[in-house]
Design a protein around this ligand. Sequence first.
Ligand code: KIV
Ligand code: ZN
Length: 526
Amino acid sequence: MAINHPSFGELADGRIIIFDTTLRDGEQSPGFSMNLEEKLRMAEALHELGADVLEAGFAIASPGDFDSVQSIAKRFAKDGPVVASLSRANTADIMASAEATKGAARPRIHIVLATSDLHMRVKLRMSREDVLQRITETVTLARNHAADVEWSAEDGSRSDLEFLCRCVEAAIKAGATTINIPDTVGYSLPADMGLIFSTLINKVPGAEKVIFSTHNHNDLGLAVANTLAAIQAGARQVECTINGIGERAGNASLEEVAMALRTRHDALHATTGIASQRILRTSKLLATITGFDVQPNKAIVGRNAFAHESGIHQDGVLKDASTYEIMTPESVGWTTNSIILGKHSGRAAFRDRLKTLGYEVGDNQLNDAFKRFKDVADRKKVVYDEDIAALVDDEVGRANERIRLTGLNVSTGMGTKPMATVAIEVDGERADGMATGDGGVDATFAALRQAFPHEVTLKLYAVQAVTSGTDAQARVTVRLEEDGKLVDGQGADTDTIVASARAYVHALNKLLVKRQRTEPPVVLRA
Ligand code: KIV
Ligand code: ZN
C-alpha cells in the first residue's frame, strides 16, 4: 500500500523529506541560541532553501521557545513547510506543542521517548511495558490534536531491536505518521543503521503506512554516512541541520546530505526539494546569526571546499573542472567572479546585487545597508559578495534595536594608554562614555559600560576575517552573561574596534530583550 501521509500525500518514488532541526537540536548546542527575530529569519531562509519540515523548537521548554514556535507556525499559516514542535511523552509537553503549532497550515507534534534499556532504567525508571503503554497513550493524545504526529525512539540505535519493533508497532497502531529512529549518541556504524531500518520496515506490522526517519549525531563523525545508510535501507525522512550544528558534535549536516543525494544519484536514487544554489547563503546566515563560522575544510560550505592549491590540481581544473570537482561551486551558491561593486556603484546596482545574492530588503533596510556599503567601498579596495552579505546580515539583525551606536573614537598606540569615547542612543536619547582600557577594544567596552551602565561578564570575544587581505572586514562575536543568561552579539566592519563595538551593542540589545522575558531554566536532554 502506498504511503498516504497527512502532510505530504503520496510521496513520489525516491523523494526524501528534509526535516530541518537547526532551530531545535541545533539551537540546543552551547552558544548557538537565537532570539525570536533570528529564528524567524532562519525559518524564512530554510523555507526558501526548500526544507520540507521545520522543527521550530521545544514549545514547553520556555516562554521564549513557545513564542518562537508559535510565531513560525503563524508565519506559515497559509502554506509552506510543516512546522513541528518537540514534546516529551507527557500531556503537558504535547498540549504545549499542539497549541504552539496549531496556527501552521501543516502542524506536526513530535514526541520523543527513550527505548534503550539504559535510558529506560537510569533516566526514565520505567519498565518496557510502561514504555509501551506510554507510547500508546501519548501518540493517541497527540493524534487528537494533529493529523501529523511523529514518534521518536530516543537512543533508538542502542535499543534492543526486538523491543524497538514492538515500540514502533505500538506507535503506528496509535496513529503516528512518521517514525524516527535517532542515533542519539552517535554510536552506530552505517551497517548497524542498515540493519535497524531494514528490520523495522520489513518486520513491523503497519510499517508500509508510515514514513521512517533517520536522525544522526556526529560523535564519531558518521552522522552523514549513517543517514545515507538509513536511506539505502528505506528511510524517507532525514533529520539534519545547517552546518551540522547540534548537541555535542552536532547532527548530520543538511548541505552534505542534500549534495550527497544529488551528486550520487546514480547509487542512492533519491531526490530532495533543496534549492542547492541557496545552500551557501543559508550556511552564512546561520554563521552570522550565531557567530560561529564553519571550519575552512568543511564539505560544501567551507572556505576551502572548492579551493585548489596544488599545481597539478590547478592545472587539471583549468583544463576541465570535473578532474577535481565532483560538483560545481556554483551549484551550492559559490560565485566564480566574486569581485563585485565598488565605490562608484549606485543604489540600483546595489539593490540588484542584493537580489542576486538572495536578499529581499525593504526600503529602509536598503538605505541603511547602502550607506554601510558606500562606507566599506570607500575603505576597501574590492568589495566581495561575502562583504555585502556580512553587512546586510548585520544591518537586518539590527532593526528595532533600542541601543544604537552613533559614534566611536579610539586612540591607542605604543607607550600610550588606550582611550575610547563612544556615543550611543538609548531609545532615541543620546548618551556618551569615555574610558581607558587594556587596548582599544577593552577601552571601547568600558566606555560603552559608562554610557549605558550595566554589569555583565564577557564570556567570549572572537574575531574572524570575512575575506582575505588586511583591508578585510572583521566579523566579531561577543558573548555576554547576566544572571546566568547568555547572549551573543555580532558586528562587522573593516575596522576591528568598530566591529567589536557593534557586536557589544548588538549583544546588549539582546540582553534588554531577555530581561523583559522571564524564562524559567529548563534542562533539556533530548
Ligand atoms: O538525538 C535525539 O535523540 C533527538 C530526539 C529528540 C529526536 O534529538
Ligand atoms: Zn538529536
